[in-house]
Write a protein that binds this ligand. Sequence first.
Ligand code: SAM
Length: 229
Amino acid sequence: MSQSRSEVKQIKVNGIREYATPNLVRGLTVYGEKLVKLDDEEYRIWDPFRSKLSAAMRKGLRDFPLNYGDKVLYLGASTGTTVSHVSDLVGNKGLVFAVEPAVRVARELIENVASKRKNVIPIIQDARRPESYFSVFGNVDLVYCDIAQSDQTEIAIKNCNNFLKNEGILLIVIKTRSIDVTMSPHSVVVRESEKLRKNNFHINQTINLDPFDKDHALIHATYSRGNIR
Ligand code: SAM
């Protein structure tokens, strides 16, 4: 398969413009998404109601951070919906280390995604323990964190300190209700952003994912390794 064209496409389906990624495994769908043929290539429609990264693009993500050949550490892989689109985009020269601790969910990730895509490496571990990821080697270009835990910002920072390259990108989904139900969603996002700033991250953009995901935001931040390790 040609792999110079790993960028996100916009394709009209029934008159509506949708985002889509070039299918790394032709003919195979992951979560029932539509397949569309265009210029000799097959694309998978990227559902913004099923994937927060697609929702972030629909809500104006300015600087799309994924490139062909990138290495990605993905925390909270679940059954692999978003992982599969990331895998399409980084292509056969890239890698997605997909961390998911729930064994039954991880089994689906392996059966539906990792066993079909050579660039997805499943890691059945808790993201609180990055030192236990024996299959991750070298630094990664991007850390994606979507784990809906109250301490997820701390978990993301720990993983970045272990694996993210200098000037690498962190994308973190803030599910405000999982962090603090007593605070307003806006205050939670401000507080989590402050934690990132204090830990060598520069916040580039914060995107409210409503109406695709209520009370969720996605933060796009750049990491400065500075004097760490
Ligand atoms: N990112 C996925 C997607 O877009 O397809 C959806 C992720 S879902 C909202 C959150 C996932 O995080 C669940 O599968 C859950 O098992 C996982 N998770 C929860 N705690 C975790 C932890 N400590 N380490 C890694 N993953 C965790």
